[in-house]
Design a protein around this ligand. Sequence first.
Ligand code: BEZ
Length: 209
Amino acid sequence: MALRIGDVAPDFEQDSSEGKISFHQWLGSSWGVLFSHPADFTPVCTTELGYTAKLKGEFDKRNVKVLALSVDTVESHKGWIPDINETQGVTVNFPILADGDRKVSTVYDMIHPNASASATVRSVFFIDPNKKVRATLTYPASTGRNFDEILRGIDSLQLTDSNSVATPVNWKKGDEVIIVPSLTDPEVLKQKFPQGWRAVKPYLRYTKV
Ligand code: BEZ
């Protein structure tokens, strides 16, 4: 069955371009973004992995480790990485899992047979420091993902974990947020949001955090 929000992200041991990875141990106390791509030496994947390398500083700031995956071999990954570096102007700075035996892609349900019998789709798993799946994305091979959106998702998850707020449509870090509707006690509201809020409707209250 597909993994759902709130499930524990399955642990695994698998080879990668940077050696064997024991997933939970490798994550340690970090957040994780595990993402699959269909194949090495393909154009869209080359741009995705290059852009991810450029975002390393942003992922680090948010205490996020990034891990890519395809069903290609370590040798294939190591042959492809110089192409990514050359064409995208980066140095790939995160491991790429070599899931030739499909151990990880099977348990994470990254192969969708109606799309391709053998290649992984573009899956993304957002994993928190408790190893829980917090969000997922799935795109087809033809559609490169927006990795700025992945960062935005992390920002929202991290912010909403520690405040009684949710993030509205197209929210970006620094924008107003929404006070969760379940919070109605005036004393608690004043204590949690001393900066105040603006109520557009009783259930639609904006504030800054
Ligand atoms: C790509 O990454 O460019 C790609 C991979 C598989 C199918 C189509 C595009």
